[in-house]
Design a protein around this ligand. Structure first.
Ligand code: HEC
Ligand code: HEC
Ligand code: HEC
Ligand code: HEC
Ligand code: HEC
Ligand code: HEC
Ligand code: HEC
Ligand code: HEC
Length: 451
């Protein structure tokens, strides 16, 4: 939001705060409200909108209390605005309280609804990997279906197709971070655990994404989304330890020691150094800072693809790498000299080049073995292929992400040190297979691999 419209909303907020909020805050006692307040509320909310609040204050008080503290409640946006849908909507059902009326509701709220009032944020979000690409592995890509259902879901142990156990790992893992796709029952409510879902969840109205992973419902706070914990829920663990790297970095050190004193509530595009002394994930990847405006496209400021086996400069639907680097540097230059910034990114580019050398060598060995028929068909039973997976997906990402975001322990001990160890094991297995013209019978490799 540009500064101008922020002022506009703030003005609206101030206006409503005087006339409306006292009534909203007294929601517990709606039936006992004085006549004046009731009139004022009725001016802010229609009768239909009020009935949702009143009944839900009794049935789901946690939701109403949370919503009451949100900026949107203060601006008069209520349950009705987000959950009521036309009868023709593919998601139109009726909650217990409106059954038999001509009001239709949906527990699902896709970014299409938010776009009615926040078109810019939704448009930027849709261009990012957080939207469609995030749920692509869960919804579109065959090889991950094999992993989710057949392998992890236990079909390989004889659990029959369609047994709820086969979708348990998808529902509890992948879907909650990446998102999946909502399936509806005859009553138009979601079935088979296909809702709720993570950041790229796909809705029957065509909306893709879930804004509440960072702005949790029903507070929808920007302060929350600016904190590293908003991202750390998904960006953690052995394959992308971003929150761990952040806590290790000098930036995280400042956040952990003095973050409580920072001004998290500043207006969007007006959250600047001074409100904080070190960047959070949001500052570098999303927030307006200096001449940069806020963006909901986390892909925009990236140069390298540091996710996949080989790192290449981003292009196409994965962004524009050279432009990304320029934008990211602009973030740093608010607090660092160009000497410091250039030093940092030269280091990152060299790390990527070294990592790529390791991976290219391993890929050559694997191609050679494949040509000679010396790879097992099931890669999860083949030590050399399993090691290759850990090499790029775990240790290789850690080294690259650690170097990108000032986490030396991840760049080195959880990163390059283990890359080097795995590389030597791979080399031994390769040499054995080439020398003996067969796959080794007993493997020295533990199937859990390096953690
Ligand atoms: C700004 C939009 C917005 C407003 C206002 C809003 N909601 Fe929601 N609500 C959402 C979103 C988004 C979700 C998550 C939906 C999803 O995952 O598909 C949600 C989920 C829910 C759910 C289902 C999840 C659960 O925990 O059971 C209920 C029930 C609900 N809201 C009730 C309410 C009530 C009652 C109000 C009014 C006091 C309200 N909502 C106001 C957007 C809103
Ligand atoms: C008379 C009481 C009452 C009224 C009025 C009411 N609700 Fe509900 N609502 C409920 C109850 C009870 C539930 C079910 C809670 C549960 O399943 O535990 C519910 C559930 C919901 C859910 C969760 C999904 C579902 O369909 O079960 C949403 C979303 C919701 N209501 C939104 C609304 C909106 C929007 C309005 C106003 C148009 C509204 N409600 C009016 C009582 C009410
Ligand atoms: C009917 C219009 C409307 C809809 C629909 C709507 N919003 Fe809002 N939103 C607003 C208004 C008005 C504000 C208040 C701006 C202000 O206070 O300056 C706001 C503010 C916000 C903020 C800033 C909160 C803060 O702490 O400053 C966030 C985040 C947000 N909305 C997210 C969402 C999401 C996510 C959805 C969809 C689930 C959504 N909105 C749907 C109108 C809407
Ligand atoms: C804790 C949250 C979480 C879980 C659970 C999770 N992922 Fe991920 N996944 C991520 C994050 C975060 C990234 C992005 C890493 C990056 O950008 O470096 C990612 C990246 C990926 C990618 C690369 C994305 C691309 O565009 O090619 C694939 C594929 C993937 N995950 C598949 C899965 C599958 C399949 C599952 C379940 C079997 C799963 N993930 C479970 C968080 C998760
Ligand atoms: C990956 C986390 C994340 C997701 C997902 C996300 N947001 Fe945000 N959002 C943020 C952050 C961080 C800010 C504060 C930016 C700043 O400091 O300048 C913000 C700010 C906002 C604001 C207020 C700022 C403005 O420019 O007006 C709105 C409105 C908003 N988000 C709406 C949405 C909507 C709608 C969605 C879903 C399409 C969404 N957000 C999804 C992180 C997120
Ligand atoms: C609910 C889970 C979730 C949350 C919360 C989340 N992300 Fe992500 N993020 C993902 C997934 C999944 C991907 C992988 C998308 C892909 O490439 O397919 C991803 C990818 C990314 C990428 C790489 C984008 C690209 O183009 O490859 C960045 C940068 C990122 N996230 C930053 C953030 C930041 C910053 C926050 C917090 C403000 C955040 N994320 C919050 C799940 C999440
Ligand atoms: C000081 C700024 C800064 C902070 C703070 C920061 N990042 Fe990053 N992040 C970067 C840079 C720089 C890169 C590498 C960009 C490139 O490709 O050249 C990066 C890369 C990433 C990637 C890798 C994308 C890919 O290609 O795999 C993800 C995911 C990510 N960051 C998420 C996060 C999360 C989550 C946090 C907070 C826990 C965070 N970042 C904190 C600057 C930052
Ligand atoms: C809001 C200000 C701010 C921004 C923006 C910022 N930094 Fe920092 N950075 C700091 C502070 C403060 C320190 C701690 C300095 C110290 O050790 O005393 C620091 C430390 C570092 C360090 C540790 C090495 C050292 O100087 O001790 C690196 C590396 C670093 N920053 C890189 C970056 C990069 C790269 C970016 C942009 C992607 C960036 N920073 C953006 C404030 C910032």
């Amino acid at each position: 939001m540009r500064l101008g419209s922020w002022f506009k909303w703030t003005f609206l907020l101030a206006f409503l705060a005087v006339f409306l909020v006292p009534g909203v805050y007294a929601a517990q006692g709606y039936p006992n409200l004085s006549k004046t307040k009731e009139l004022v509320i009725k001016r802010g909310y229609s009768k239909e909108a009020l009935q949702c609040i009143e009944c839900h204050a009794k049935k789901t008080p946690g939701i109403v209390e949370d919503w009451k503290n949100s900026r949107m409640a203060h601006a008069g946006v209520s349950c009705y605005d987000c959950h009521v849908v036309p009868k023709s909507s593919p998601m139109a059902s009726q909650c217990e309280g409106v059954r038999g009326t001509n009001i239709y509701t949906s527990p699902m709220v896709s970014p299409k609804t938010c776009a009615r009032c926040h078109p810019t944020e939704v448009e930027q979000f849709e261009k990012s990997a957080h939207s469609r690409l995030a749920s692509a592995p869960v919804v579109e890509k065959k090889k991950f279906q094999v992993l989710m259902y057949h392998l992890e879901g236990g079909e390989f142990m004889g659990i029959p197709k369609g047994d709820p156990r086969t979708t348990a790992t998808r529902r509890s893992g992948c879907q909650m971070c990446h998102g999946g796709k909502v399936e509806l029952g005859p009553d138009k409510k979601p079935v088979k655990g296909t809702w709720p879902g993570g950041i790229g969840h796909r809705y029957p109205d065509g909306g893709i994404g879930n804004c509440t992973v960072c702005h949790n419902r029903h507070r929808f706070s920007i302060a929350e989304a600016r904190k590293p914990e908003a991202c750390g829920k998904c960006h953690l663990g052995p394959d992308h330890p971003n929150i761990e790297i952040y806590y290790e970095s000098s930036h995280g050190q400042r956040f952990l020691t003095e973050g409580e004193e920072w001004n998290w509530e500043a207006a969007p595009d007006a959250w600047e150094p001074g409100d904080y002394t070190a960047p959070t994930c949001a500052t570098c990847h999303m927030s307006g800072i200096g001449e940069l405006s806020t963006t909901h496209n986390v892909t925009e400021r990236l140069k390298w693809d540091l996710v996949h086996a080989k790192s290449v400069i981003r292009s196409g639907e994965r962004g524009n790498g050279e432009r990304g680097r320029k934008l990211m540097k602009k973030v740093c230059l608010n607090c660092h000299s160009s000497l410091h910034v250039e030093t940092h990114f030269k280091k990152l580019d060299d790390v990527v080049a070294l990592y790529n050398t390791y991976i290219e060598n391993v890929q050559k060995m694997l191609a050679d073995l494949k040509a000679k028929g010396l790879l097992k068909k099931d890669k999860w039973k083949d030590p050399i292929q399993e090691l290759y997976y850990y090499l790029w997906h775990h240790t290789g990402r850690r080294a690259r992400h650690g170097a990108a975001m000032d986490g030396p322990d991840y760049a080195h001990w959880h990163g390059f040190f283990q890359i080097f160890q795995i590389y030597k094991d791979i080399e031994d297995l390769y040499n054995y297979r080439i020398k003996h013209g067969k796959i080794e019978e007993l493997s020295p490799v533990m199937s859990t691999g390096p953690l």
